[in-house]
Design a protein around this ligand. Sequence first.
Ligand code: SF4
Ligand code: SF4
Length: 207
Amino acid sequence: MKGLAVTLKTMTRRSHTQQYPDVAPELPPRSRGVIALLTENCTVCMLCARECPDWCIYIDSHKEEVAVAGAARPRQRNVLDKFDIDFSLCMYCGICIEVCPFDALYWSPEFEYAEYDIKDLLHDRDHLGQWMATVPPPPAHDPHGEPAKEETTAARKAAAPTSSAARPTVVRPEPGPAAPRAAGPAASGVEPADPGPGPADDGGAPR
Ligand code: SF4
Ligand code: SF4
């Protein structure tokens, strides 16, 4: 009777089966689906490739010279030639996105990129760039949270006095006659310390 009661109770309970793929699942906004690349922000610093624990980011670049007005010599800058991520190796740890100092990598919640051939899971820079359209906007700031460190630094810089009138005046002593030297040891009655054997004491041996 107890087993029958459990069966009846389960039969009347509402089903929670997700009807995927007929109905798209409602994913959390920060879901880790695929990595998107904003090529314009990438400076080819190689941090992401170096920190990736799976070594599945492949970057290639070349240098080119850029003439800068007023500079004595042309500057050099890196130009991105290749940026591939192999999603057959990626373990979705997110380290590459966290270490990127130029906000060039983002999580996209898109996950429907399964392939019949594992080689097709290597996404090149164009493919990674296409995912940028699916990156959700960043969440709004918590009105009760602490302001970001960058915001407080910028506000402090803006509030800092910039005109010379507002700066504290540094008082320097006027140049005057040279101060008299302190009396020597003879005057003070103190014998000078023995300087020790000098170069002449070693018999002038060649070194
Ligand atoms: S998410 Fe992790 S494993 Fe995947 S590419 Fe980035 S650093 Fe590498
Ligand atoms: S860390 Fe960012 S800027 Fe540096 S190579 Fe990777 S994607 Fe480009």
